[in-house]
Design a protein. Sequence first.
Length: 473
Amino acid sequence: MGGWTSCCVPDLLEPPMPSRCLQLPCCLALLVLLAGSPSADATTIRNNPRDTPVMEALRQRNHNLLRELLMKGSPRNTPGLLPDSRHVSPLMFACQQGDEEAASILLDAGADASLAVPRHSADWLDWQPKGWTALCFARWKHLKTTEKRLVSLGVQPHPDCLGEADFLAAAEAGPSTRVSRLAKQAHGTVQPDVIDAAVRIALERKDLALMRAVLKGVRPLAPRHVMTSGKGWMAQALSHEDVAMLGLLMDAGVEPPLVDLAREGLTGLVGRALQAGASPDDEGDDLEDTPLSAAVEQGHGDIVRALLKAGADPNRQAQRGDLPLFRALQRLQRHEEDVSLLELLLKAGADVNARSLGGATVLQTAVGSCHPRAVALLLASKAPWDTPPGRGTTLYAQVMRTQPPCSEMQSVRIFHALRAGGVLIRDNDEKEWFFLRRQLIEHPAFEQPLRMAGLKLPPARAPVLKFPHTRTR
């Protein structure tokens, strides 16, 4: 088989690819021009290329334009500029498109049929299977005439190439029995790019039988990027809400995205993943959640219990996320009656001395949630309150500064919870004292609990009695 020669580097005479069409009218004008005569097409493509002119002609299946470009000397072996064309020759691209006439035009023009997709590419955007020649692409797309012609030219494909092409063609056709037979025959040699393409066909069709056949005898290998890995397959199955497919992939040994499973509330799959050895503390790919914080945020109590039972650390924090304890407190702003998750975390040893990403204490966060029961639970768990600035006085003032504001009833209950937990208003912060006193003008109901907590009010002045002036005669 011939090596990769002129396909390695695009022809220097080819126009560079612009970043993108900047304006919609520009794009529409391009489409109108491309629908015109071959000469106009050639001029337009040269002046406004997305890909090389030859590749653009192939994309449009414009055979007259392709002939014109080749007759005028456009390179017949130069790869394209876009992710799906930059590692294939025009002949390979034509076969991949299933365009038998274009393949014939290129062969008539002397295209090199021995070129192969380079094996050194590590760019995850480049799907093309490594080592494939035009013959492999022709076999995949059932281009029998092109395949016979290539064989007559003496093209020798890689030994695995034709088998992989048959495997992928069978997956597209759909009969799972043939796919299963070809998978067994491959003995685990099918390359990751081909497996990935076949898996995604099964995912798109939600075809469990096809997925079993694809994975039968072919272990999912470690692809080059997370988007083409088992996690990528799991993400696609999750987007389709295909729980059965998720379970099948897990049974095949694909690493489950535990954070996503926990977030979606898939209790059974979370349990299976933990039993299979998944770490309950693994971070998600976005580095914003652990399985525990994701489950807490969504209120999935059964999953929180399962994770804690499996040894999840309640004080484990994702690189860019908050602790599970703060997720539980923030959730109370939306579901103010449910403190069960908070109780689970505190019982598991969540650190009440921790601070949020924004620097708030757990008590400040609980007060901000307008949840008196949460305040009481934290104080019972020895959450610190006597810390500067303002010490306990600041917590009372924060109740009235919370946005959106707590109701008067919630505020009074929080005042009582703070007082019952030993939080006092002290005379070391005049600014907060003045603020609290001003609030009493609008909220007289606050006076009694604040007085009980230690707020001192100035003595009321005795009213000045005014008597009417009496005239003396």
